[in-house]
Design a protein around this ligand. Structure first.
Ligand SMILES: [Zn+2]
Length: 449
């Protein structure tokens, strides 16, 4: 509508025309391309202001992560769920920049962002990954396209499409029909789906309905036979199912005629070249769920995204310092079990800082600033590397041997004086004594800070 038309309408109807309205917390304007600016940009401005204000509060590292989780994430999640329309990464990068500034109080980050975003069970800090949350919400929306249940919404979203939803989801029809991408929400969602669909399905999925894929518009049915319903797995030839007889399909789908049956067969012959998924896989199971879908999807996406993050720099450095390979199950024990021995967050944080080698050594500081000494400030003799500062310096060693002596007395065990035990809490020999050992480690931390 042009401005002139708006004026005429105003006069004739006597109504005030607003150029945007707010509906259930979402700003809606006449043009969809303003959605991003009206909602995401505005909301982030508010969040950024809050973060600025909180930055100088005395909050611990874990507290800051929890703040992001409890106050930033829900606000963004609301938008993600309702308008998953973000198509560029730049936006997410900008947001992380602001979050990082808050978490590290404008100083240089001491732990890599990818480590921060990794779940706790895998040695990360569980900072919510906004981008993956957005993708999880988009995939939740895609579930409607796959399930084909919400007929009204689907016809609204796809009013100008020539094929069925399944055609775009599996047969790449969007490549032929450029029209698909003209829709703001549609194009953003499809982009995310394409990124993940090969993770979900290597072979043709059973939820696919070849009839819907090709002629949703022409037939206008409301229910569609899927491969799951038309395939017969009892006589598999070379692992391939057969297609059921028409009569069998017609029991549930009376609309299917001989003509449709031939079309079905034709699609089947094409799709079987790729093969069919024979079991229920992650995506099939997610399709059936009603609750906690976003959480489940998010966890899966994080798992995939951090798969390559298994070995971290800090882990390699610890192996080098302890002069032995530290096995992955030892690390897992640290991340999952031992960290839970104590509830005090400051002690937990100490441990996390140790694991991630947070402490800035004289050696590191000397490489950052010229004219600073890289020698240990205790003995003033050797280079202040991480292991020297915490373990091998002769002054620190004295301290540890006293501790070790005490530990031996209290626990009545022959404990070697090794950094494995005292710095990382790696101690697997006597499972029973683990707890006592950990308790002592906590006390050690107390003394040490
Ligand atoms: Zn020293």
């Amino acid at each position: 509508m042009t401005l002139q038309d708006q004026e005429i309408l105003k006069k004739q109807s006597g109504l005030q025309l607003a150029n945007k309205i707010k509906y259930l917390g979402i700003w809606i304007a006449a043009k969809n391309n303003r959605l991003l600016e009206l909602n995401y940009m505005r909301k982030w401005k508010e969040i950024k202001k809050d973060l600025e204000e909180w930055k100088n509060l005395k909050i611990s590292l874990l507290g800051r992560i929890a703040t992001v989780k409890m106050s930033v994430l829900p606000k963004m999640l609301y938008l993600f769920r309702n308008i998953p329309i973000i198509r560029n990464n730049q936006l997410f990068n900008n947001w992380y920049k602001d979050i990082r500034k808050f978490i590290w109080n404008n100083k240089k980050p001491r732990i890599k962002l990818s480590t921060m975003l990794t779940p706790k069970e895998r040695g990360g800090l569980d900072l919510p990954d906004l981008k993956l949350y957005h993708e999880a919400c988009a995939l939740d929306w895609i579930r409607d396209w796959v399930n084909l249940k919400k007929v009204k919404i689907l016809s609204l979203e796809g009013y100008n499409l020539r094929r069925g939803w399944h055609g775009y989801l599996w047969h790449d029809k969007h490549k032929i029909e450029r029209n698909f991408g003209n829709h703001f929400v549609r194009s953003a969602l499809l982009r995310i789906w394409i990124k993940y669909k090969r993770f979900f399905h290597e072979k043709t999925p059973l939820w696919l309905s070849p009839l819907e894929a090709n002629q949703r518009r022409e037939l206008g049915w409301s229910s569609w036979p899927t491969y799951k319903e038309v395939l017969n797995w009892s006589n598999t030839k070379e692992g391939q199912p057969e297609i059921k007889k028409l009569e069998e399909i017609q029991i549930n789908y009376k609309n299917v005629s001989w003509f449709h049956y031939y079309q079905l067969k034709e699609s089947f012959n094409v799709d079987k070249k790729v093969g069919f998924n024979s079991s229920n896989e992650f995506w099939d199971i997610t399709l059936q769920r009603n609750k906690k879908v976003i959480t489940i999807l998010y966890n899966k996406l994080v798992e995939w995204a951090t798969e390559k993050e298994v070995t971290k720099e800090s882990m390699l450095k610890w192996s080098r310092d302890l002069n032995r390979p530290i096995l992955i199950n030892e690390w897992e024990e640290l991340w999952n079990k031992k960290i839970k021995y104590c509830r005090a967050t400051d002690l937990k944080e100490n441990w996390i800082k140790t694991i991630h080698r947070w402490y800035l050594t004289p050696k590191k500081i000397a490489t950052m600033y010229k004219n600073t000494d890289n020698k240990c400030w205790r003995c003033r003799e050797q280079v202040g590397s991480y292991i020297h500062m915490w373990w091998s310096c002769k002054k620190v060693k004295k301290f540890w041997s006293t501790i070790n002596l005490e530990c031996r007395k209290i626990l009545k065990i022959n404990l070697e004086c090794k950094p494995d035990h005292y710095l990382l809490g790696l101690y697997n020999i006597y499972e029973k004594e683990n707890k006592v050992e950990a308790k002592n480690k906590e006390n050690l931390d107390k003394i040490y800070t």
